[in-house]
Design a protein around this ligand. Structure first.
Ligand SMILES: Nc1ncnc2c1ncn2[C@@H]1O[C@H](COP(=O)(O)OP(=O)(O)OP(=O)(O)O)[C@@H](O)[C@H]1O
Ligand SMILES: C[C@@](O)(CCOP(=O)(O)O)CC(=O)O
Length: 193
């Protein structure tokens, strides 16, 4: 049983280098860390993987090439754990959460989304971060077979009704306007609770 009961659970997803971490960091800064926490499903996975393979956990959490060089193996290890227990990483990610607003910054599979929708049926908001392939390439992405055509990247291309799509190319004004809309949504919900 999950101890806390959030007012909102924001389920973020998006392709590699679309800006999930960038947008969710921005959102948390606007809401404050007392009100809002970022919960990465990949954090418990990376922590265990780093321990098992004597790697730098902080580097695996970063945005650089170090993480990319282990991505494929981490994906396969994570999928093996999910096959045993689809909610394994979800439960680990939320177990210490106490703030009213939760941002799950890296949903990648329908099983991730379904777990949260079953645990918190009235609080989930599905948000998709999108950026053009040109923008993503400028941020260091390049198509990698076995990753960009696999469940880790494509698992939420279908089967989810997104409540909000955030376009995150390089126009700060466009992003700001979208952030204001999302902030209003979650702060209004918090007032109602
Ligand atoms: N709107 C933006 N303006 C400037 N830089 C951005 C913007 N969005 C993302 N970035 C930068 O692009 C890079 C990739 O962004 P980010 O790490 O948030 O992507 P991601 O979707 O979390 O990727 P991954 O799935 O690989 O973790 C980062 O260096 C980030 O700082
Ligand atoms: C292994 C994996 O968790 C790596 C995610 O790293 P990031 O979200 O790109 O920082 C992706 C997955 O679980 O399929």
């Amino acid at each position: 049983m999950t101890p806390a009961q959030p007012s909102s659970v924001l389920l973020f997803s998006g392709k590699r280098k679309s800006g999930k971490d960038y947008v969710t960091d921005l959102l948390q800064k606007r809401l404050s860390s007392e009100t809002c926490c970022i919960l990465r499903l990949s954090a418990p996975l990376k922590r265990q993987y780093a321990q098992d393979h004597h790697l730098d956990y902080e580097e695996l959490l970063g945005a650089g090439q170090y993480k990319e060089s282990y991505r494929s193996d981490m994906i396969h290890w994570g999928e093996m754990k999910r096959q045993e227990d689809s909610g394994f990483f979800c439960r680990l990610a939320v177990k210490n959460a106490v703030q009213p607003i939760w941002i799950i910054s890296d949903c990648r599979r329908l099983s991730d989304v379904r777990w949260f929708q079953e645990e918190f049926p009235d609080q989930c908001i599905c948000v998709r971060v999108e950026a053009s392939e040109e923008t993503r390439s400028q941020r260091g992405w390049s198509f990698t077979s076995g990753i960009d055509d696999a469940e880790s990247e494509c698992g939420l291309d279908d089967g989810v009704k997104f409540d909000l799509i955030i376009r995150n190319d390089e126009d700060d004004d466009v992003l700001e306007k979208q952030m204001q809309g999302l902030l209003s949504l979650v702060t209004n919900r918090m007032k109602l609770n």
